[in-house]
Design a protein. Structure first.
Length: 229
């Protein structure tokens, strides 16, 4: 059954993955924005190509924390696996249909049909009630059959909206495909947004159309008069 949210999909690891993803995305954005500024390019194609770095950076960070890895064919992109879920970080192109067309390539389509890694299958076999195998070949056949019928791993899609001038937002959701191959999102949540200094300042200032004006307080001041002689 498809999880209702990234929190449900990632379980106890959700908070840690959340912090990791935000750190990775912010770091990569800063590098890409600086490179774009140094290049002096009038076009954003180079900045937009950071999508592969985002994917690799997140994968490597998850591997450092001893999570598993899955390679998506035919592109060979490596994606981290957390709690039997793929974590795919992606910079959203400037296109209103970009998210629903996410699975437009064979590699991304395979992200929605990825079986759990073999090690997970063996761990599942140890906890399920199955007849003991007579030999190694029978055990291998049993594992192969379990892999064939087991549900695929859910895909947690981390969506990054950015321009060379600003990292605008980071969101995530559980992604799935409908019958037409379009992507649908479940439990979409915001991970990070830039702090708005203007909002903080304006919230402390009273509106001009409310309240009563308060004039300055004027106190009478004694003046020295002519002295009596």
């Amino acid at each position: 059954m498809l999880p209702d949210s990234p929190g449900d999909a990632l379980g106890a690891q959700a908070a840690g993955v959340r912090d990791l993803v935000v750190d990775v995305v912010r770091s990569r954005h800063d590098k890409a924005a600086e490179a774009h500024q140094v290049s002096g390019s009038r076009y954003g194609l180079g900045f937009g190509s950071q999508w592969r770095d985002l994917l690799d950076d997140t994968h490597d960070a998850l591997m450092e924390r001893e999570f598993r890895s899955h390679k998506l064919a035919p592109g060979g992109h490596k994606v981290g696996v957390v709690n039997d879920c793929l974590v795919y970080v992606w910079r959203v192109p400037d296109d209103p249909n970009a998210v629903q067309d996410f699975a437009s390539s064979p590699t991304r389509q395979n992200g929605f049909a990825a079986p759990p890694p073999p090690a997970m299958l063996w761990e599942s076999l140890l906890t399920e009630e199955v007849e003991p195998a007579e030999d190694a070949s029978e055990a291998a056949e049993t594992a192969s059959l379990m892999e064939a019928v087991r549900d695929t791993m859910p895909l947690v899609l981390v969506m990054v909206w950015s321009t060379p001038r600003q990292l605008q937002s980071i969101e995530w959701a559980v992604a799935s495909l409908d019958d037409s191959g379009k992507v649908e999102l479940r439990g979409q949540e915001s991970l990070w947004k830039p702090e708005s200094v203007a909002d903080d300042v304006s919230s402390e200032v009273e509106s001009f159309d409310s309240g009563k004006p308060v004039g300055p307080t004027i106190e009478p001041r004694e003046q020295d008069g002519p002295s009596d002689a």
